[in-house]
Write a protein that binds this ligand. Sequence first.
Ligand SMILES: NC(=O)c1ccc[n+]([C@@H]2O[C@H](COP(=O)([O-])OP(=O)(O)OC[C@H]3O[C@@H](n4cnc5c(N)ncnc54)[C@H](O)[C@@H]3O)[C@@H](O)[C@H]2O)c1
Length: 449
Amino acid sequence: MNRRDFIQKTSLAATVTGILPKVQAPTQKPASRVRLGFIGVGLRGQSHLQQALYRKDVDVTAICDIDPSAVNTARKMITQAGKKEPAVYAKGPEDFANMVKRDDLDGVIIATPWEWHVPMTIATMKAGKYAAVEVSATVTLQESWDLVDTFEQTGSHCMILENVCYRRDVMAIMNMVRQGIFGEMLYAHCGYQHDLRGIKLNNGKSNALGVEFGEKGYSEAKWRTQHSVDRNGDIYPTHGLGPVAHWLDINRGNRMMYLTSMSTKSRGLHKYIVDHGGQNHPNAKVKFALGDIVTTNIQCHNGENIVLVHDTNSPRPYSLGFRAQGTEGIWMNDGHTIYLEGISPKEHIAEPDAAYLAKYDHPLWKKYEKEAENAGHGGIDYFIFRGFVEAIKNKVAPPIDVYDAAAWSAVSPLSELSISRGSSPVEIPDFTRGKWRSNKRIFGLNDEY
Ligand SMILES: NC(=O)c1ccc[n+]([C@@H]2O[C@H](COP(=O)([O-])OP(=O)(O)OC[C@H]3O[C@@H](n4cnc5c(N)ncnc54)[C@H](O)[C@@H]3O)[C@@H](O)[C@H]2O)c1
């Protein structure tokens, strides 16, 4: 299916399901340029900004941040790339509301602390622009509903910037799942298993122990660590859940029904402080609510189970822990192995996955491998940014939409609720209000989308 057929077909499907908004105009010619604004030009915002500056079809019209050094760095990046000086909105935490009203913006990239995502996304949508919001999109259940309601009221799109959906291996596995290579899907395992102790325990210039981090300091500690103090649940679910949701057609023929979560005790962050700063360090008094390892089980409508792990406070290698299992085989990312009944040469013995990942390489990756070369996180940051830009140009729904943002992110507050109730099952709302039954796939359909 070529790009045009695809747009026409999805538009038709959209009319039937009613999920696409009034701005949908499939007969219009795609725009040749896209004008973007950025709210939050810290670590992640600058990485998206770099993608914008690489592209010939994007103009950066305005930027917004409360931190003057972030603004200066972003401004320099833009002018050093030979582009026009952007308008700057830096007059305090609400100044983004002025930026989104500009009439020279088609879309806004939001890469701010989690608690700011929804107010900024909603303001953008209400101003009639495409919103792209970083992960997780929402912190509370109500915020997930607010995103959906705002989309349905305004017709303005919201894309969650879940870049891991574009990881080359998980897209190849999605191809295999869709072609039935694993038989009928039964189970997926995934998570965010990343030792963040060094990031959580520094304040941008120095760590909690007074050690200078200089230019490389992560400002995330200014806001991210507080979530580990206040919350016990899977507070960063979408890197794992996003790809798995595409494997299992969540919100498009399937949906997540309920979950249960369990957490270990909380030791890692306190131990890190004491090990490096001693018992008398002021931060040794801080009580962290977040259990070191939080495990969530999700029951899907079509009978699959998802196990999702959040593990950020302990010494460990980085891994998103992907596993895909069906009635005819299994892929295991840790160890890079696969086993397919009747195909793998030795019974009960896994084989290396490389040849399969190459054979089922996704057409998007085949086509844009070169362009993705310079992008962060192994190339995936090129694809997520491109997905947003292409949706705006073609005036279509983004490949990962507001219902994905709402449902995937809602796992955080729901896992907190389950843990607070002794791991009892908690219902996952149907944010599509029944449309998941007839919604068609929109992600990774061909070499364009
Ligand atoms: N997808 C990924 O791979 C990935 C990687 C890193 C971070 N992230 C996400 O990106 C977001 C930002 O993370 P980061 O690492 O860039 O953090 P950061 O602290 O480096 O950047 C956040 C920026 O937002 C600014 N900000 C805060 N409040 C603001 C307000 N009211 N108005 C304007 N600007 C404001 C801060 O000054 C800062 O510059 C988070 O949601 C994080 O989860 C995603």
